[in-house]
Design a protein around this ligand. Sequence first.
Ligand SMILES: [Zn+2]
Ligand SMILES: [Zn+2]
Length: 94
Amino acid sequence: MEAINDSLAMSPLHPCVECGKRVQKNSKAVQCESCDKWCHIRCGTRIDATTYEQMVEGNVDLFWFCRVAKKYIDLEIGMVILIALALGLYVRQM
Ligand SMILES: [Zn+2]
Ligand SMILES: [Zn+2]
């Protein structure tokens, strides 16, 4: 027997870890690799719209960690790791 988590069933959309507003399906938001919390990209993620779109299109692998996770894993710099060099994205943009 598996019980469905009531709170999950009630709110399929998750609150932004920074502003607390709901992350809508069409919101530009990223999910923390560590604790699965969501955050709007404009809420302090330092991810710009261009990068975000590349991520959505699958051109960029993006790993984002929320502030809590960042502290926990001691990742002060480089909270966003872009694996794009192999794809030549930066070369193309320059
Ligand atoms: Zn937000
Ligand atoms: Zn997190």
